[in-house]
Write a protein that binds this ligand. Structure first.
Ligand SMILES: Nc1ncnc2c1ncn2[C@@H]1O[C@H](COP(=O)(O)OP(=O)(O)OP(=O)(O)O)[C@@H](O)[C@H]1O
Length: 950
């Protein structure tokens, strides 16, 4: 365009274009179209699949304004930001129409509900490094939630980002390189991140003198990130932000940390096989979008706070005790729409009359919801810990279920010695049981007058548009009623006119019609014109092929009355609507609080419903490292298995005392653990699962020693630790169910720590601080990492961050490299978790050598998944039994998978050759060590006796 004189409108366009960042596409309103020009048109046309044309050699494309939402949604989904320039003055001959950028739509700031997924939050986040701290701030513009937090290192920041999956992530343009590739990231002005101006912007926004009240005054990295998010919304996207009412510090202290890989490996909220195969998919029985989003957040951020969890459990128990009330509550919830997002949209001046109507409908259910909630039983007698859902009663055997261990004979008293000595009973506060019912009821505000106002003001079926009338009901405004009456009377007069004129002219086919160009007119067919006498007051307006069109002064006078009153009525309706919307916004705080309470009630009601349907039971929660699950099931697999019935399994971890008590030397036998795995590999001849060991009676462990060197007691020593189990090695054939079982334990623990009931007959869960789950191996090609590197990174993360309160699930680590390297790594990792980290660990492996760890480590126990061999076939029993497995049955499983017979036969030959030449003694012939293989009171499995058909 150089050297070309710009038309006024193109100059207007160019100046607007220059005010926007280069990557933002400008949709420029021109009458009934949004047009794009130059590079914007070239970028957008292929995404929108519209024709790219040229005028005066300027590339351009356009979309009709009434269908713009669909086109905008395509652009945003393609990762583009879109600025909408609207006309702000009416077109007048010889004058340029004024235009303004009304809004900029970006993935992280959309509020248009058709562009959003109801069940997921939509986060706009920013990260900022200040000194050694990493700050993260996150806004959900659709709900008004605004959180910030700081991390000491990069890893936890990445993990939190993986949990939040922001749609847009701002990074200071000066730190872009240092942060490296982060999903959905984009550079933003470094100035906006500086803690001082950022802090000032936040203070101005919230109208406060200091950020101390939000608890973040001393968090410069987080303040920088939060300020940048706000700056971006206000200054770049030009968004109203009144609905961002408060700033909340997200505390990691109270949260069970689940790193990104573990979150993926446990299929918590996403799975390649689809939502149905995730924990969220199974637990989500919520009725409202707010509840669905909150449940997702709970699953990604389980709690460590026992009191808070007990309060959630109590409310679920109360629902289960009153199924009728539960169904009434859920019926009310069914009628409640997305109050959170609707309110948010309205406060940003974006909602229409349908939003107000939906809000009124939602609010009309609140009184009944509150009434039902308050009729729930409130008392400590409601389903104590350990109770099963569905009226199956308590499994606590008469104990005070709220007081820790459910069966003293199965778990030692703390005073009795080292075994289980970290299990202090937890008296429960007598009020916590009803705290949520009370607090949630209090947060369900009374909106009776607002609901009535909306119900009486809005028409029954308002349109989506704001300026075409039809929004306001009759009777709400006298002025509007008068205008409407005038319009109606005028229209009646016009309708009558047709009759009158037919009589006057004698032309039966005469019609009074309307179009946008001429307004009202009288139409007479050409055939009649030839014979009829046209009255003098008729003025010819248009000649058509078959007819003539006329107007009369009286018709035009009435027309201007009708159209004038209609126009004025539409304008008045718009004003009345804006007033109503404003009135709703004065209740913003109460609406947000009500929405939050509804979301929690919905999640807990949904969890109660799941517990009832799937026979989940209420876990006992302890501040200990104990974990016991009786007849536990995998929450997802048990719902999705089609051909098989799910086989439940027991789990018990009986940890040695806390590390502080100095029993780290729980290393047994005369064997030096530093010697590593004994040279004992190779398949054994013993039938799998026949090794129910004779277990010595549980004896108190000898006094703990601070000596880290190996104990000299042999494995069978009566003084040695009897049935402690902290690290459980799980062996068994391929396809037997190892991965399923170890994930099941992790998922049950996680469910307990969101306050849910769990898929088990009973469970006692010592609360964990982190859950690690390293399962399988996969390349991370996007980061250029090999399978083995990914595996080792994840393992390093566990070793560096697990504490004695963590739960670690390891599936076949070390398999991505040469056998001996892999085995050595797996061995060393298991030793470290036992000796140093001392956390509950489930280690599934095909390295059968690892089962020899029981000879040197007191709190290692061996388990395997029982199978039966039948005529060279393998039958999976899916039962976890004490002892080590003898072989992998890889060839049998390969045959099940359909490997051709010649290959199978050849593999068998090779295997027997390898076995013959193996110098290693048979691991299995020795059998699992009696003292480590079966915890006290576990039923004697005696695998050969297992009923195949039960
Ligand atoms: N407890 C169970 N009850 C019923 N079916 C089960 C059970 N556990 C596992 N299965 C079935 O067995 C299949 C294989 O389980 P899983 O992947 O856990 O085996 P695995 O021992 O880890 O195998 P591999 O060693 O080859 O990885 C599952 O997909 C499921 O269909």
């Amino acid at each position: 365009m150089a050297g070309t004189k710009l038309t006024p409108m193109m100059a207007q366009y160019q100046s607007m274009r220059r005010s926007l960042p280069a990557d933002v596409l400008l949709l420029f309103r021109l009458g009934d179209f949004y047009e794009m020009f130059f590079e914007d048109a070239q970028t957008a046309a292929p995404i929108l699949n519209v024709a790219l044309t040229r005028r005066n050699s300027v590339p351009m494309c356009g979309v009709p304004y009434h269908a713009a939402d669909n086109y905008i949604s395509k652009l945003v989904k393609a990762g583009k930001r879109v600025a909408i320039a609207e006309q702000t003055t009416e077109p007048q001959p010889g004058k340029i129409v004024e235009r303004e950028i009304a809004r900029i739509i970006s993935a992280g700031s959309i509020i248009e509900h058709h562009l959003l997924d109801d069940a997921r939050p939509n986060f706009l986040a920013a990260v900022f490094q200040f000194g050694k701290k990493f700050g993260l701030a996150c806004v959900d513009h659709t709900t008004g939630s605004f959180t910030l937090t700081e991390f000491d290192s990069r890893g936890p920041l990445d993990d939190e980002l993986a949990r939040l999956t922001p749609s847009e992530l701002l990074v200071s343009d000066e730190q872009l390189e240092a942060f490296g590739a982060l999903p959905a990231s984009q550079a933003y002005d470094a100035f906006a991140f500086l803690p001082d101006p950022a802090g000032q912007l936040l203070k101005d926004h919230f109208g406060v003198h200091s950020l101390h009240g939000f608890g973040c005054a001393e968090m410069p990295a987080a303040i920088g990130a939060a300020g940048a998010v706000l700056h971006y919304l206000v200054h770049q996207l030009r968004r109203p932000c009144e609905h961002l009412r408060s700033l909340k510090v997200r505390e990691d202290d109270g949260i069970v940390l689940i790193d990104a890989a573990s979150q993926r490996n446990l299929d918590l909220v996403d799975s390649r096989s689809g939502r149905k195969h995730t924990l969220l998919g199974v637990l989500d029985r919520t009725k409202t979008p707010m509840g669905a989003r909150l449940l997702r957040d709970w699953i990604l951020h389980p709690l460590r706070d026992r009191e808070a969890l007990l309060a959630r459990q109590e409310m679920i128990a109360a629902f289960l005790a009153e199924p009728f009330i539960l169904s009434k509550v859920r019926e009310s919830l069914q009628g409640i729409r997305d109050i959170e997002r609707t309110t948010s949209r309205l406060s940003q001046g974006a909602g229409n009359a349908r939003d107000l109507q939906a809000l009124a409908t939602s609010l009309s259910h609140i009184p009944t919801l509150k009434e039902d909630l308050l009729s729930l039983p409130m008392g400590s007698g409601v389903g104590g810990q350990g109770a099963a859902a569905g009226g199956q009663g308590s499994v606590a055997g008469g104990q005070n279920s709220e007081n820790g261990p459910r069966d003293p004979s199965r778990a030692p008293e703390p005073e009795q010695g080292p075994r289980g000595s970290d299990r202090a009973p937890e008296p429960q506060s007598p009020t916590s049981h009803s705290s949520l019912v009370t607090s949630h009821s209090a947060k369900l505000h009374d909106f009776t007058s607002l609901t009535e106002l909306l119900a009486t003001s809005l028409s029954e079926e308002p349109p989506a548009t704001l300026k075409d009338g039809g929004l306001i009901a009759d009777g709400h405004s006298a002025e509007l009623d008068e205008l409407r009456a005038a319009g109606r009377d005028g229209k009646k007069w016009i309708a009558q006119l047709q009759e009158d004129e037919r009589k006057r002219t004698g032309i039966d086919s005469l019609k009074v019609k309307f179009n946008n160009v001429f307004g009202y007119f009288i139409e007479i067919s050409a055939a009649k014109l030839a014979t009829a006498t046209i009255p003098d007051d008729y003025t010819r307006k248009q000649t058509m092929a078959n007819a003539e069109r006329f107007i009369t002064p009286a018709l035009k006078e009435m027309e201007s009355k009708v159209l004038g009153s209609e126009e004025r009525a539409k304008q008045l309706e718009h004003e009345l609507f804006l007033e109503l919307r404003q009135q709703v916004c004065t209740h913003l705080d109460a609406l947000q609080e009500t929405a939050a309470a509804v979301a929690e009630i919905d999640v807990l009601g949904g969890l109660a419903d799941v517990a009832q349907t799937h026979r989940h039971s209420r876990p006992v929660l302890e501040e200990s490292r104990y974990l016991e699950i009786t007849n536990g099931r995998h929450p997802v697999l048990e719902q999705t298995l089609v051909d098989e019935k799910f086989v439940p399994n027991d789990t018990e971890f009986v940890p040695p005392p806390d590390s502080g008590s100095g029993d780290e030397g729980s290393v047994v036998s005369g064997q030096n653990p530093e010697n590593g795995p004994p040279a004992s590999a190779g398949p054994g001849a013993q039938e799998v699962g026949t090794s129910a060991p004779a277990r010595p009676a549980a004896e108190p462990q000898s006094p703990p020693t601070t000596d880290h060197s190996p104990l000299t007691t042999g494995p069978e020593s009566p003084d040695g630790p009897a049935d402690l189990s902290l690290v459980q090695i799980l062996t068994g054939p391929n396809m037997a169910g190892k991965s399923t079982y170890i994930r099941q334990v992790a998922l049950i623990t996680l469910m307990a720590q969101i306050g849910a009931y769990v898929p088990a007959e009973s469970a006692t869960v010592g609360l964990v601080d982190r859950i690690f789950c390293r399962v399988g191996a996969s390349d991370d090609l996007s980061r250029g990492q090999s399978t083995f590197m990914v595996e080792m990174n994840e393992t390093a993360l566990i070793l560096n961050h697990a504490t004695d309160r963590s739960l670690v699930i390891l599936d076949e680590i070390g398999r991505g490299t040469a056998t001996f390297d892999g085995l050595s790594i797996a061995w060393a990792v298991a030793e470290h978790l036992h000796d140093v980290t001392r956390c509950r660990t489930l280690f599934a492996t095909h390295y059968h050598e690892l089962t020899d760890l029981t000879e040197t480590r007191a709190a290692v126990a061996n388990y395997n998944v029982a199978v039966r061999e039948w005529n060279d076939e393998i039958i999976f029993l899916r039962k976890i039994v004490p002892g080590a497995a003898d072989k992998s049955y890889g060839i049998q499983v390969a045959r099940l998978a359909g490997l051709p017979t010649p290959i199978i036969d050849r593999a068998k030959d090779i295997l027997s050759h390898l076995e013959m030449h193996s110098a290693k003694p048979d691991a299995k012939k020795r059998g699992p060590k009696a003292k480590n293989t079966r915890p006290k009171d576990m039923p004697d499995p005696n695998p050969p006796q297992l009923d195949l058909f039960d």
